[in-house]
Design a protein around this ligand. Structure first.
Ligand code: NAP
Length: 254
């Protein structure tokens, strides 16, 4: 009789939830879905959930070893570099199979942009761009930008950030996507935005970039950091195929 396959999914992108939903239907697979616990009311799959950090790479290694996982799937956001590195190293240390469900970065085509290597590079490049900035690079990046002189920021976030300097050069709006094209056009026009700063998160191409292209607003794109060196898969289908081969699962997506 085949043993139960124990899988730890490190959640973070919506594809992670879809993957967990697929795998929980399999009789010989046991999933634990892990969340950082930073977002209120996160989207969670219908499976065993754990929440909160592991206590660094050592904590994650102990967790993987103690619960005897056969596989760790890192399905965190492409910009979540700390957990990605911890997961890769912990799997190496504990001799556990590791894969990462990645998102292909968007490529410029009809819609083009100026690329920045990282937040620091983006800050430098933004100095030479427009003064009314739509900033959608997440809570972590805010501090990099709002101290710049002669800029005003419209910052869109899912949740209120924990600490911010008391400056008058920004307005925060709380909202959760996906956002429609018309709503994005209206937002950019109403706030007289002349520059967009965003991260190349991959996944569904966002309406804000189509809207900014239509309005001729320059885009500054912070490109994805390099992922760890392990097995990298770029879609739910690729991941299921990999699992089928590795564990003889014979699963198909409906
Ligand atoms: P990070 O810098 O890579 O991680 C910071 C710490 O959060 C990790 O060291 C770990 O704590 C904990 N952590 C992160 N993901 C976890 C998970 N799935 N389960 C348990 N603990 C986790 O990540 P971040 O950029 O702060 O993002 C936090 C979470 O939000 C990630 O899961 C990520 O996928 C998601 N997210 C991030 C972004 C983004 O732009 N960064 C966007 C959308 C969603 P310990 O060291 O204590 O284990």
């Amino acid at each position: 009789m085949r043993k139960i396959i124990k899988i730890l999914i490190l959640g973070g992108i919506h594809e992670a939830k879809r993957l967990a939903a697929e795998l929980t239907t399999l009789p010989k697979v046991e999933i634990v879905y892990s969340l950082a616990g930073k977002t209120l009311n996160p989207n969670i799959p219908d499976c065993k959930i754990r929440t909160g950090g592991f206590g660094g790479e050592n904590g994650l290694s102990s967790y993987i070893k103690n619960l005897k996982f056969d596989l760790v799937i890192d399905a965190t956001h492409p910009f979540a570099t700390q957990i990605a590195s911890n997961a890769y190293i912990s799997c190496k240390k504990t001799n556990t199979t590791y894969i990462k469900l990645c998102r292909k970065p968007w490529k410029p085509g009809i819609i083009t942009w100026q690329s920045a290597k990282n937040f620091e590079d983006a800050k430098k490049k933004l100095m030479r761009m427009g003064s009314r900035v739509f900033l959608t690079s997440g809570t972590k990046g805010i501090q990099n930008f709002i101290l710049l002189e002669n800029k005003w920021f419209l910052i869109r976030l899912i949740e209120w950030p924990s600490s911010l300097p008391s400056l008058e050069n920004f307005e925060i709006i709380l909202d959760r996507g996906p956002f429609g094209h018309l709503k994005e056009l209206e937002l950019l026009e109403n706030h007289r935005i002349n520059t967009i700063v965003t991260k190349n998160s991959g996944g569904i191409f966002p309406a804000k970039l189509e809207a900014s292209h239509k309005l001729g607003i320059p885009i500054l794109m912070i490109e994805q950091p390099a992922p760890p060196r392990g097995t990298l898969l770029y879609s739910l289908e690729e991941t299921i195929n990999w699992l089928n081969k590795r564990f003889n699962l014979n699963h198909t997506i409906d």
